[in-house]
Design a protein around this ligand. Structure first.
Ligand code: JHZ
Length: 417
């Protein structure tokens, strides 16, 4: 890709590594980089201007485990069942197998994982799955071949392919190990949904690329592979599941998605410039709201020490600039490895949900807004006591929840104002 084709449209300022939770003693040595975003006018790919070395991010201290975002366990079980029914694969490989939430749905005799984070590779090895504790490259694909594995009927990756810098190498490596009738299925956040919902917080070091179907179609084609189906998913605030093969007939969902993206303007640079303006407005609105609440004597905490909230807090200066130091007092998170640490850049303390009384707070900012329905229902007592939620997606707004009958059960639904 020629750098002449890459046009910058968004500058989110200096950012830390989104999942590098840290202790106070390490505040002075925190690594920061320029988080800027570019659009490649030729391939239509949206990428970070500056990539962070993967070894700095994905190592044995990487704290994000799929199983701590417990709704995702159901998602991956259902995905595995669907793939089993549809393609009936014998040999399966997962790229980016994390702590094995997808792998465990498959027989360990014919399934292998690839995972650069040593802490997770150890977990899936312990579950009996051969796991290559390495980054996904053509070199590794050769090694797997030389180790005597048959070509794979299914290669799967979730929230992983968009984490890798060199996409030509990624797809060459897949092509190398995909059986002639095999399918490569991967899911990642959707660029269209990010632009529609203004969820700029999907932009951080771990996402060097943000995928449209348009860009993927171009890059896969160049590497001798073809998208034959696209599913639009609700997970992670809107993702695409992309089905790729050597030569299966292309289904209507591909054209429909390309058309939807073109209609929205994803092929035009000005769409990204407009998005950048909305992002700046989102920042101003969120800071204004939090400052007003502070001045009114209200207390605000956050649920979900997400990679996404690292982007929001650092871009908005929350906890970062001295005058915004205590706009959000603390963050709760279910992940043990994040508890007792401070959030990257903002240095807001992360604690377990059980260690605090949520009723001491007036507002909860949804760092994990993608799980808002789940969180609102877990926090039913807070809601009944009049507690309110704040989100910035799709607009900065305050939500209060009310009971709404959902079939046989009553669930809280949030009304945003
Ligand atoms: P969640 C990560 O992003 C990083 P993040 C990565 N780059 C990526 O692409 C996506 O995931 C897939 C906690 N939680 O899933 C658990 C609660 O505390 O939105 C998680 O730490 N209470 C790989 O970090 C976090 O919130 C709850 O009730 O943006 C959610 O993180 C629930 C449901 C979750 O991903």
């Amino acid at each position: 890709m020629s750098s002449k084709m890459k046009k910058e449209f968004l500058d989110l300022g200096k950012h830390p590594i989104a999942n590098a939770f840290l202790k106070e003693k390490d505040f002075d040595n925190e690594f920061l980089f320029d988080l800027k975003v570019v659009f490649d006018t030729e391939s239509k790919l949206v990428s970070l201007k500056e990539f962070v070395e993967p070894e700095k991010i994905f190592n044995e201290n990487y704290p994000y485990t799929t199983s701590n975002s417990f709704p995702m366990i159901k998602h991956f079980k259902e995905t595995a069942e669907m793939l089993m029914k549809e393609f009936n694969p014998l040999t399966v490989m997962e790229i980016g197998s994390n702590d094995g939430v997808f792998l465990k749905n498959w027989s360990n005799d014919y399934t292998i994982g690839v995972e650069p984070c040593g802490n997770f590779a150890k977990v899936t090895k312990g579950m009996g799955y051969q796991t290559y504790n390495e980054f996904w490259t053509t070199g590794l694909s050769e090694k797997i071949k030389n180790d005597g594995y048959l070509l794979f009927d299914l290669i799967y990756a979730a929230n992983c392919i968009c984490h890798i810098h060199d996409l030509d190498d990624v797809f060459k490596a897949v092509k190398n190990l995909l059986h002639k009738d095999g399918v490569f299925v991967f899911e990642d956040p959707s660029l269209l949904k990010i632009l529609e919902r203004n969820s700029y917080d999907q932009i951080y070091d771990e996402h060097p690329h943000i995928f449209s179907i348009t860009a993927l179609d171009n890059i896969l084609m160049k590497n001798g592979l073809k998208i034959f189906r696209v599913d639009n998913l609700s997970v992670h605030g809107g993702s695409n599941r992309v089905y790729v093969s050597h030569n299966r007939p292309v289904e209507p969902s591909v054209r429909e998605n390309l058309q939807k993206e073109d209609d929205f303007g994803l092929n035009e640079f000005k769409t990204y410039q407009e998005f950048a303006k909305r992002v700046e407005k989102s920042k101003n609105d969120l800071v204004d709201l939090l400052v007003k609440l502070k001045n009114d004597g209200k207390r605000v905490m956050s649920i979900g020490a997400t990679a996404k909230s690292t982007t929001v807090f650092n871009y908005c200066g929350i906890g970062v600039s001295p005058w915004q130091a205590d706009l959000i007092e603390l963050i709760t998170d279910t992940t043990k490895d994040k508890q007792g640490m401070c959030a990257p850049g903002s240095h807001i303390p992360v604690v377990s949900r059980e260690s605090i009384d949520i009723n001491d707070y007036d507002y909860v900012y949804l760092g994990a807004w993608n799980f808002k329905d789940v969180i609102v229902n877990i926090e039913s007592e807070f809601v009944q006591n009049g507690g309110k939620f704040i989100t910035h997606v799709p607009n900065v707004s305050i939500g209060s929840a009310k009971w709404v009958p959902q079939g046989n059960i009553n669930e809280f639904l949030v009304e945003w104002k």
